[in-house]
Design a protein around this ligand. Structure first.
Ligand code: ADP
Ligand code: MG
Length: 688
């Protein structure tokens, strides 16, 4: 008897080789087979007349074989080529397969077939290349169905996975549904067994949609429950009220090298007011690139210090932490004591702290007012004297840092107030679901005197003009970023991409300029050194991987050259462009692309004419769809396999359902199955 817990090796049709391949995909038991969800579906219900086949599109054709034969390749003798002609009422198409000689013996002239494949252009004319075929009337596994397409790693074929799925599918009936029945009916969701059955072999797109709705809802509900439970911790705790000194803080604002914009003033005030409360603040500051979020955080930190309490500022990278440290030192001159702590850097005031231990002691004794750092700040050995405020800048992995930050100890076991800052426009619904209950502040205006960044998409023939521009700017003592895309997956840190481009520019078009290079593999020390040289103006050009995307602030840089621009999303291009245009000088951004794809041209044209990051983000969302914009794919939130954070309406429903569930049963003790699932998700979120 098969059951959900039957090991894959005991399933019919699974030999030892297949079993070990399955295990490599993490599929150990029958139930794991069922939860190996398709990555997409192919709708093979519609038959396309041969005359209407379009190059590059997967289609189903139905026709009679006029001819089928195999032969050896002419030049490559080891290759077998099988060729066929298939005819329907509208025309004839040539078919070609490689190394599948048995096809010529299992099918013969006159057979009526379905063929599923793509039309390709070859030197020998248009051909259907390596289509899957089956006889009309046989047990049809392809044509007439909506076919699941699986992540087929480990050498497994789609056909193998589909057949296996077919066999274990009846077991779906015995899955027990963990979703409380009351929620399931009030949300009008299908049962779990139905949903699992239909996600694999849906009879129609409508049924598939219902299945996805159910499964995504489940994921989002669990996620919301985990977040809300973390938020219970915050709301049931108290924070230390910060009685900041109004006069001193006002004097600090006057001492800044610029006048705050009205938005900055309002945001800073909202934050300071929150800080005086016992209830822990949970506020998100949203402002486009270059809107001056750092200055707002500085005002808040100053207020905190004026009450003899401490601030921790958390940055996503070493580079950014170092930069914030330098900026704050400038802002505060000698009035506050600033510290820097990353995995590799440690400084207090201007002195590199002798040892980690002595640094931690300064922090624990309250002799550092503001500490800037990376994740290194979140380790257990870090203790504060009176931590009152945690600022999380440009967080990429939503909500996760925030929850970690809450575990930082405030004074006497009080939790710190929390301020998150982002340039990504996050809709309120999403923000609530990611961070728990929170309030929002916005910086809608840019500091005065900024000039719009002239943006142009450029094809290679005109690239010379771009490099001429870079040389001209260098002659005027202004600086340039050149950003290279990560082309190969194996080049995750961008070493190859950056090095190649660096060499090409250094010996070619920019031969007389001083050029630096920044990629992910450089030791932290060198990264910092290169960036410092660039910030100090001793480099004309910085060739970098997209690491400069977030936060880097060098106002004297006025040109941004983005290579392979088609590889970036709109929001990301905007972030990169935001590295220039940070002073009153005119700036330019060049989007180099070799692509003549009309879709790409359209996209780049939008960046050319739109300077509003929020508008661009919306457009990106519309075009690229879920996942990409919020960097969720990179962040790899383990909670989602199907849902994405951009499924907003569904997220809203799940969030509301989670809330009402917790109102009736705050610790889920009446629903232990659910409780166990939420707990395990909660632990995963924290392990990141
Ligand atoms: P972001 O919001 O992208 O983090 P930053 O905080 O890095 O922006 O600020 C961008 C630049 O604008 C910095 O060089 C900063 O010193 C400058 N800046 C911030 N506020 C103002 C202002 N009110 N007037 C003029 N320049 C400002
Ligand atoms: Mg910033």
């Amino acid at each position: 008897m098969l059951s959900l817990t039957t090991p894959v090796a005991d399933l019919p049709g699974v030999g030892p080789t297949t079993a070990s391949k399955l295990r490599r995909l993490g599929i150990l038991r029958a139930v794991d087979v069922l939860s190996h969800f398709p990555i997409r579906h192919e709708d093979l219900r519609r038959v396309t007349p041969i005359a209407q086949l379009r190059v590059g599109q997967t289609a189903v054709v139905r026709g009679r074989l006029q001819l089928i034969q195999s032969r050896r390749g002419w030049r490559r003798r080891r290759l077998t080529i099988t060729e066929a002609l298939l005819t329907d009422h509208s025309g004839t198409v040539k078919i070609i397969w490689f190394n599948q000689p048995y096809l010529a013996t299992s099918f013969r002239q006159g057979d009526e077939l379905f063929a599923v494949g793509k039309l390709a252009v070859t030197p020998y004319g248009q051909q259907l290349q390596s289509p899957l075929i089956e006889r009309v009337g046989d047990r049809q596994l392809l044509a007439g169905r909506i076919l699941p397409v699986y992540r087929a790693a480990a050498g497994l074929t789609q056909r193998q996975i589909r057949l296996l799925m077919h066999r274990v599918l009846p077991l779906a009936e015995s899955l027990s549904d963990w979703l409380p029945e009351k929620i399931r009916t009030s949300e009008r969701l299908v049962r779990l067994p139905t949903a699992i059955h239909d996600i694999h072999f849906p009879p129609s797109p409508q049924v598939l949609a219902r299945s996805l709705e159910r499964l995504k809802f489940g994921e989002l509900l669990l996620f919301s429950l985990a977040i809300l439970r973390a938020d219970q911790l915050r709301t049931s705790s108290q924070a230390a009220p910060v009685p900041f000194n109004k006069e001193k803080t006002a004097a600090f604002v006057r001492s800044l090298p610029f006048t705050l914009t009205n938005d900055q003033r309002r945001a800073a005030w909202e934050i300071l007011k929150d800080l005086t409360r016992k209830q822990p603040m949970n506020r998100l500051l949203e402002g486009d690139v270059g809107s001056g979020k750092t200055a707002v955080a500085a005002v808040a930190a100053h207020g905190v210090a004026s009450a003899s309490t401490q601030t921790a500022l958390l940055a996503p990278t070493d580079i950014l932490a170092r930069q914030h440290y330098e900026t704050l030192k400038r802002f505060f001159s000698s009035s506050l004591r600033i510290g820097l702590l990353t995995r590799t850097q440690r400084e207090a005031g201007n002195q590199p702290a002798n040892s980690k231990r002595s640094f931690l002691k300064l922090l624990a004794d309250g002799r550092i007012d503001v500490v800037v750092g990376t994740h290194a700040l979140l380790t257990e050995t870090v203790n504060f004297h009176r931590l009152a405020l945690v600022v999380v800048d440009e967080q990429q992995r939503f909500g996760v840092e925030q929850r970690h930050a809450l575990q930082l100890k405030g004074a006497n076991g009080l939790v710190p107030h929390l301020l998150s800052m982002t340039a990504t426009p996050i809709p309120r619904t999403l923000a609530l679901s990611l961070y728990g209950d929170l309030t929002l502040s916005f910086l809608r205006q840019l500091p005065p005197g900024r000039q719009p960044i002239a943006t142009a998409a450029v094809a290679p023939p005109a690239a010379d003009r771009v490099w001429q521009h870079v040389r001209d700017r260098a002659a005027a003592d202004e600086q340039t970023y050149v950003v290279c895309p990560l082309i190969e997956e194996s080049d995750e840190l961008g070493v190859a991409a950056a090095t190649t481009e660096y060499e090409r520019l250094r010996t070619g078009p920019l031969v007389n300029l001083t050029i630096g290079m920044l990629h992910g593999k450089l030791p932290a020390k060198e990264k910092t050194a290169v960036l410092q040289q660039f910030a100090a103006g001793s480099l004309d050009v910085l060739v970098a991987t997209p690491v400069v995307e977030v936060g880097v602030d060098v106002p004297n840089a006025t040109t941004m050259v983005i290579l392979g621009a088609e590889r970036f999303g709109l929001a990301q291009l905007h972030q990169l462009r935001g590295r220039v245009g940070r002073s009153a000088k005119p700036s330019s951004c060049f989007l180099l692309t070799e692509s003549d794809d009309s879709e790409v041209r359209d996209r780049l044209a939008i960046v050319e004419r739109t300077t509003d990051g929020f508008a661009l983000a919306e457009e990106d969302l519309r075009r690229r769809g879920p996942g990409d914009l919020y960097g969720i794919r990179q962040s790899g939130l383990p909670a989602f396999r199907l849902a994405t954070l951009t499924d907003l309406p569904l997220m809203k429903r799940a969030h509301a359902a989670a809330k009402s569930l917790l109102e009736q049963d705050p610790d889920l003790s009446k629903n232990t199955v659910l409780q166990r699932k939420v707990d395990s998700l909660y632990r995963t979120l924290h392990r990141e």
